[in-house]
Design a protein around this ligand. Structure first.
Ligand SMILES: [Fe+2]
Ligand SMILES: [Fe+2]
Length: 388
């Protein structure tokens, strides 16, 4: 990035934050500090890596009798410029009203309970789907949609958006639009008399109560006999996982789920004592949500900069594109996390593969260690290494 490009980028970030009125809230400082090391000269002291952790589940951003929503945008989690997240809960029958997102596509993973969705596409077609634990959805940017809790019990799901500046509380909702449209226009478009329009909500509903639908799709007795992929739905937990000696990973890329054009999604399970080995992702940021258990992630950001964070259930984590990292499992119970990469194709380079892809003599010269030590180095990735 040359000086002009850098200036433009910083100006863009300044405008982005200013638009949201966040300039006083310090994220610009954190973002600028994060940028600086990319351009630091040998004489400059690079800034530390900013926080890579946010406790989304301990927030109370929205809550009413029908549901709740907590979010992680650049306002709460400045390092994540590329991905925002929301933890949402809907009571049985509750409706997240008809809305669309101008700035971001929406991905979701069902953690508990069941949800029905409707979505309208630009070609005029609509779809209706139902989701249970382990299922994901993807609605492209701008596609209108609605969510409804099906019960029994509360539905809890994680939403991911492919823009860190996206806020769940700034969506384009149908009630917001209609109530702010002149009655004579709304009357002509909706074919309703003014007396009926007067009964519409006076402000955006966002999440409101509703009746549980009378008919709910019944699961097959043998759940694996149901197809894993629909137009907007992908059953992540029904996929055969990649199994490693210390855990496993379910992963879905665009090649598996064509509509998912801006994300790769994964669920990783680390067995007690496991180590997700040293690696980096060449073209994607990594955004995490910890479903259960505990872990410690350490990130390497050049210039000798290292940052370690500890995570537990309900925490969000982040590793910038290209930054080296590893994850140590903690505690007696397995650790489960959801991961979003902001690229439709998964790419990773493992340190072990890199070492395997070099002649011994070069490594010996680079590290200053003898051949017998070089012989002990790994040659191939192990993904998740088991307890030693
Ligand atoms: Fe949405
Ligand atoms: Fe990673």
């Amino acid at each position: 990035m040359n000086t002009d490009q850098r200036r433009c980028y910083i100006l863009y970030m300044f405008k982005s934050f200013s638009r949201r009125g966040l300039f006083q809230a310090a994220p610009l400082g954190a973002a600028a500090a994060f940028l600086a090391p990319q351009h630091a000269t040998a004489q400059e002291q690079p800034s530390a890596i900013p926080s890579l952790k946010f406790d989304i589940e301990s927030q109370t951003h929205f809550k009413n009798e029908a549901g709740s929503a907590n979010e992680a945008t650049v306002a709460e989690f400045p390092i994540s410029q590329s991905i925002a997240g929301v933890s949402m809960r809907l009571k049985p029958g509750a409706i997240r009203e008809l809305h669309w997102h101008a700035l971001a596509a929406e991905w979701a993973y069902m953690i508990e309970g069941r949800v029905r969705t409707t979505v309208v596409m630009p070609n005029g077609q609509s779809a209706i789907d139902e989701f249970g634990p382990g299922d994901t959805w993807y609605f492209p940017r701008g596609h209108g949609h609605l969510l409804q809790g099906l019960g029994p019990g509360e539905a809890h799901f994680l939403l991911g958006f492919d823009n860190g500046h996206f806020s769940e509380f700034g969506t384009f909702s149908i009630t917001d639009w209609i109530t702010n449209t002149p009655p004579e226009i709304a009357s002509r478009v909706l074919n309703l008399p003014a007396s009926v329009l007067a009964k519409f909500p006076k402000k955006e509903v966002y999440i409101g109560p509703g009746e549980v639908p009378k008919t709910i799709l019944e699961e097959f007795r043998l759940s694996s006999s149901q197809t894993s992929q629909f137009a907007h739905k992908y059953r992540l937990d029904m996929q055969p996982p990649h199994v490693f000696e210390g855990g496993m990973e379910y992963i879905v890329q665009q090649k598996d789920f064509p509509i998912q054009t801006t994300f790769t999604a994964a669920k990783m399970i680390l067995q007690p004592g496991a180590l997700r080995e040293m690696h980096w992702h060449p073209h994607a940021d990594e955004w995490q949500y910890y479903l259960s258990g505990q872990a410690r992630m350490t990130v390497f950001g050049s210039h000798g900069r290292i940052r370690t964070e500890e995570y537990k259930k309900g925490n969000v984590g982040f590793c910038p594109q290209g930054y080296g990292h590893y994850i140590e499992q903690m505690g007696d119970q397995p650790t489960e996390l959801l991961i979003l990469f902001n690229h439709p194709e998964f790419q990773e380079i493992s340190l072990a593969n890199w070492l395997g892809g070099n002649p011994s003599s070069l490594l010996s010269a680079n590290f200053g260690i003898p051949q017998d030590a070089i012989d002990k180095l790994p040659k191939k990735e192990r993904g998740i290494i088991r307890r030693s």
